[in-house]
Design a protein around this ligand. Structure first.
Ligand code: PLP
Ligand code: COI
Length: 340
């Protein structure tokens, strides 16, 4: 029986669902893991996560497809990215097959909370991993927890498909050769001040530039950029210090192999941005959120697609990606994992 929620009016917030998954790493190995109803985490006051932010996370979604099946989108890539994040933070890797099994278990146990097809909401799944044992010298913890909960969500930006306004940030998000390419909690902690400043000034998000030269576009606090040129090419910024977005990689594939468009994944100079026809933010939470305007210290870039709706190419990409995710369109091999 579906939970009694106002699916069409959900924001991007936390709603406690009945079950979550926990596996603990002690004496050099992961235990067998299990679902629990207990939403509280009990760890040492001196845990590695609390003292030195030794934690990484992931984000993926489950959908009710048109035919009523419950599916997830490319969870194998989340497992692989969490592995990269773990290695960079000296956290023991949680095996991919077990990650996928945990996704299946969590979604299945909370299936009443998977929003119905066509409601505009989805089930957001949050896997995370952290050092749980005490550390006081700066070093990795000896014990860890891998956890996964889920929560039904609506659009990440209020207004859904309405174009947003962002600003060029004076703060940097990630250092060259730092941790920008992994999903470390610390990247988000240091973006909180920048996002609050942006909100206080009336902007929805920050555009971060490359910290070394401040001449190239990196990403926002929670999504990669996607641009469309006036002659219809899709351009996405390449950089070693941005998160390799699964949504962006999927959209580039869709653009090139399904829609027959030209795609360029390359460094993008900020100077070029004013010449693009459309701009969007892409990510699991953001899906594709159109950007209508960018403020850069008194200068404005207003995209021809305007502030009322998504540009035509962004819309085609959005329709195709969400069509694949919700089972309205055929998916490339291996993209959809059905929860049985
Ligand atoms: N960039 C950042 C900083 C993010 O937090 C996210 C969200 O996961 C993304 C990009 C988008 O990545 P994905 O499409 O894999 O969700
Ligand atoms: C996601 O899209 O899954 C993210 O982790 C972004 C986050 C800012 C909510």
């Amino acid at each position: 029986m579906s939970a009694e929620l106002d699916w069409g009016n959900l924001g991007f917030g936390y709603i406690k669902t009945p079950y979550r998954y926990v596996s603990r790493y002690t004496h050099g190995k992961w235990d067998e893991g299990a679902l629990t109803e207990d939403d509280k985490v009990t760890i040492s006051e001196c845990a590695g996560v609390l003292q030195y932010a030794q934690t990484a996370f992931e984000g993926l979604k489950a959908y009710t497809a048109k035919d009523g099946r419950i599916v997830t989108f490319r969870p194998d890539l989340n497992a692989e990215r969490l592995e990269q994040s773990a290695k960079r933070l000296e956290i023991p890797v949680f095996p991919k097959d077990r990650f996928l099994q945990a996704v299946d278990m969590v979604v299945k146990a909370n299936r009443d909370y998977v929003p119905p097809y066509g409601s505009g909401a989805t089930l957001y799944i949050r896997p995370y991993i952290f050092g749980s044992s005490p550390v006081i010298g700066v070093k990795p913890a000896e014990e860890y927890e891998f956890r996964m909960f889920c929560t039904p969500v609506g659009p990440y930006f209020k207004g859904g498909a309405k174009p947003i306004t962002i600003r060029v940030s004076d703060f940097d998000r990630a250092a060259p050769r730092g941790t920008g390419h992994i999903k470390a909690g610390l990247n988000y902690a240091m973006s909180l001040h920048a996002i609050m400043e942006a909100h206080r000034q009336g902007f929805d998000e920050n555009m971060y530039l490359d910290p070394a030269t401040r001449t190239y576009v990196e990403e926002t606090g929670g999504a990669n950029f996607l641009f469309v040129t006036k002659d219809g090419k899709v351009v996405t910024p390449a950089s070693d210090s941005i998160l390799p977005s699964i949504t962006r990689r999927s959209l580039c594939y869709v653009a090139e192999h399904i829609l027959g468009m030209t795609v360029e994944h390359r460094p993008v100079k900020f100077e070029e941005v004013k010449d693009f026809a459309e701009c969007g933010l892409c990510g699991t939470a953001a899906v594709i959120s159109p950007v209508g305007r960018i403020y850069d210290h008194g200068n404005e870039i207003n995209f021809p697609s305007g502030m009322d709706e998504m540009g035509p190419v962004t819309r085609r990409l959005y329709e195709t990606l969400t069509g694949i995710q919700m089972g309205r369109l055929p998916a490339p091999d291996g993209w959809i994992r059905e929860i049985k």
